[in-house]
Design a protein around this ligand. Structure first.
Ligand code: LRH
Ligand code: MN
Length: 389
């Protein structure tokens, strides 16, 4: 057990969970966006808030940007600002879902002029990666149809493939594109990249620089996500995760809050293949909206939830598990896994934080820091950041 704890601490000490800049801005649903005080007004303030999460968890050293929500004059200056705060700019997210021209789609739109406009935006995102030193371009397309007959499913796939190939060819050394799928919303009849199979098929055709992102909120209810993880890992096509959780649809709630056992099962699949660490080539990201809860503590709690699920997965007695699986001892195999899941790993993580010079309880330490009060007082005036929809 001690070797397993030592190994778990080593992996956890190097774990990096990338934060979404948009989680620090105002967000909501079509019914209401409840504005919160002290919310950032620009990407510099978003990164400052993300750096707070890293300061208390030690496990959130990069921030994903979303363009144009995080558009700035000087991306190199933004990258330097991040570095000065002990974090770095990570994944660049494109946005071809908020322009009036994109009502019938963007890269799959029947009008070539609209597809050219969308392509230009995606290529601009690669230019931004060059300026920030980012390696990952994440592509999620809201593209789809609402009624049977609205458009040709096959033609839309051809259009998508053509644009993806153009972007793929633009990627520089060490850069890759991550294709994110989603079952539905905002389209309700077809979505052009609805599932892992469609994303995988496109990435396979594109080449080694194209991989799939699994957003844990983007599946039909009851989908076995860890099975998808195992398959994409096996194919070398698992590029990353957008972690969050949900009770019904794409709720974007705090990861592990709705179904901590599912998160554990996913982390078990990854730990058993030894791809939890930062050099695994898998981008571990959060993609969440804190519609009613405080945003920085919400991100801290989310990072802690991933750490707890990861720690439990790293404590699985893999020898006993393999032996039970090999001998067909179903109950024993399940019991070995449940032992790890039912292990309270909070003392181990508190101890590790102490060893890393961090406070044992990041939530309590942040609350005592006075940062929340300071930004509520300082950030008066200006336009609070949001989805700009
Ligand atoms: C789409 C999505 C995508 C992002 C957006 C913020 O639902 O998951 O990853 O671009 O949320
Ligand atoms: Mn996502």
């Amino acid at each position: 057990m001690n070797d397993r704890v030592t190994h778990a601490k080593q992996v956890l000490a190097s774990q990096n969970i990338e934060l979404p800049s948009w989680a620090f801005g105002n967000s909501g649903t079509r019914f209401k966006v409840f504005a919160q005080q002290g919310v950032p007004r620009d990407p510099f303030e978003k990164i400052a808030d993300a750096a707070q999460v890293n300061a208390y968890t030690g496990a959130a050293g990069s921030v994903a940007l979303h363009i144009p929500w995080d558009k700035v004059e000087d991306y190199a200056a933004l990258a330097a600002h991040a570095e000065a705060l002990g974090v770095r700019i990570g994944t660049i997210n494109s946005n071809t879902f908020q322009d009036d021209d994109y009502m019938l789609g963007s890269v799959c739109h029947p009008d070539p002029a609209v597809r050219r406009k969308a392509t230009a935006h995606l290529l601009e995102c690669v230019d931004i990666m060059d300026a920030t030193g980012s390696t990952d371009l994440k592509l999620w397309f809201a593209d789809g149809t609402n009624y049977p007959g609205q458009d040709s499913i096959a033609d839309r796939q051809d259009r998508l493939a053509e644009v993806l190939a153009t972007v793929y060819d633009r990627l520089g050394d060490g850069q890759r594109l991550l294709l994110e799928y989603k079952l539905f919303e905002p389209s309700f009849y077809t979505t052009d990249v609805p599932d892992w199979g469609t994303a995988y098929a496109h990435c396979l055709k594109l080449g080694p620089k194209a991989q799939v992102v699994i957003d844990t909120g983007h599946h039909a209810p009851g989908t076995n996500i860890e099975f998808i993880v195992a398959i994409l890992l096996r194919e070398g096509k698992l590029g990353g995760f957008d972690f969050n959780s949900r009770f019904y649809a794409d709720d974007d709630l705090m990861v592990g809050s709705a179904d901590p056992f599912q998160l554990f099962r996913i982390m078990h699949e990854l730990a058993s293949q030894d791809v939890v660490g930062p050099d695994s080539g898998i981008a571990y990201m959060l993609d969440q909206c804190h519609n009613i809860e405080a945003k920085i503590p919400g991100q801290i709690r989310s990072v802690m939830n991933v750490q707890e699920a990861t720690a439990k997965a790293l404590l699985v007695d893999t020898e006993a598990l393999s032996a039970a699986q090999a001998s067909g001892d179903v109950l024993e195999a399940n019991a070995v896994l449940m032992d790890a899941y039912n292990t309270d790993v909070r003392p181990l993580l508190a101890e590790l934080r102490g060893e890393l010079g961090l406070a044992a309880d990041p939530m309590r330490a942040y609350a005592a820091s006075g940062y929340a009060e300071a930004i509520r007082e300082d950030r008066l005036g200006g336009q609070a950041a949001g989805w700009g929809a």
